[in-house]
Design a protein around this ligand. Structure first.
Ligand code: CP
Ligand code: NVA
Length: 328
């Protein structure tokens, strides 16, 4: 059965470990040799487009960048028909979509037709799992005590300060999957709903995630002694009309020098980028010595290489998860 990657729960804990280890290998089999990879973008991108395209190239394949309006998901033709069409030419279908459901519908159309083409989420309104893979690689690198190998993340702590958005959702799942102590601080009205917290708890049990999750509306409570701090924009793509309201609501949630001082002295700071200096993060922190944001950006490509290698068979030997997001 074809494996898809719409969010972190699409892969098991063991598979995630295999994928990360594959990504960390300096050389990988050219699993895309002679193959195409379609990349649909309904939203802008600097990192995701370039890292995915260059990962495809490095694995021997050819990436085709497709702007959303060219294929017109559900405007020119249905998301299902776009997927069926692109699967005629490509080995993998990657998409950055406005609505997460478009990805489910593409998966449904391909699976129903018995088409062996994985669908990869390059960001939706709901999730950003490829970024979360890069974040784990960055944490494994930057929290390692020496050069002996990647850090064990189990038991280490990460505090996310800001909007409980697509990025936060995938990061929380990824960090819990590897056993981290995860804290999320968001203003009231911008945190996970009770319903979603229940789903996260259920997913954690079902997928054997060993990490813990604590949510609060107090940034200092979340950050206290943390090994890593993470933030993302207050206004995500597609929410531009709420920008003024959000700027007001998120006052006090800037990751600045004072907040960073409440973390562990050796804490690293992550941001998926693009960053807005003076809003969710201060210039001094994002450009400061504890920031690992450029390693994160670099690991977007490391992660995509590992993901493609894993999806196309190198290490993808585990049982298919019946609980994965693509299966729902
Ligand atoms: N972090 C990230 O996904 O960046 P882009 O939106 O530039 O791809
Ligand atoms: N939450 C942000 C992430 C950008 C990479 C957005 O969706 O715009």
């Amino acid at each position: 059965m074809t494996r898809h990657f719409l969010d972190i729960e699409d892969i098991s804990v063991d598979e995630l470990a295999n994928l990360l280890a594959l990504a960390e290998q300096p050389t990988l089999a050219r699993v895309l040799s002679g193959h195409g990879v379609a990349m649909i973008f309904e939203k802008p991108s600097a990192r995701t487009r370039n890292s995915t395209e260059m990962a495809v190239f490095s694995l021997g394949g050819h990436a085709v960048y497709i702007q959303g309006h060219e294929v017109g998901l559900d405007v020119r033709e249905s998301a299902e028909d776009v997927a069926r069409t692109l699967a005629c030419y490509h080995r993998v279908l990657c998409a950055r979509v406005i609505a997460h459901d478009s990805l489910h519908r593409m998966v449904g159309a391909l699976d129903a037709g018995g088409v062996d083409v994985p669908v990869v989420n390059l960001l939706s309104d709901w999730a950003h799992p490829c970024q979360a893979l890069a974040d784990l690689l960055t944490l494994r690198e930057s929290l390692a005590p020496d050069s002996a190998g990647p850090a064990v993340l189990g038991g280490r702590s990460i505090a996310y300060v800001g909007d409980a958005n697509n990025m936060c959702r995938s990061l929380v799942k990824a960090a819990m999957a590897v056993g981290m102590d995860v804290r999320v601080a968001s203003p009231k009205g911008f945190s996970f709903s009770e319903e979603e917290l229940a789903v996260l708890a259920w997913l954690g049990r079902d997928e054997h995630w060993t990490g813990t999750l604590h949510t609060t509306d107090e940034p200092y409570e979340a950050v206290d002694g943390a090994d890593a701090l993470y933030t993302d924009v207050w206004t995500s793509m597609g929410q531009e009309e709420e920008e003024v309201l959000r700027r007001k609501a998120f006052r006090g949630f800037t990751v600045d020098e004072k907040l960073l001082a409440a973390a562990a002295p050796t804490a690293v700071v992550l941001h998926c980028l693009p960053a807005h200096r003076g809003e969710e993060i201060s210039a001094g922190v994002v450009d400061g010595p504890q920031s690992v944001v450029w390693r994160q950006a670099a690991h977007r490509m490391t992660a995509m290489r590992g993901l493609f290698a894993w999806l196309l068979g190198a290490g993808n030997t585990g049982p298919v998860s019946a609980r994965g997001s693509a299966a729902r």
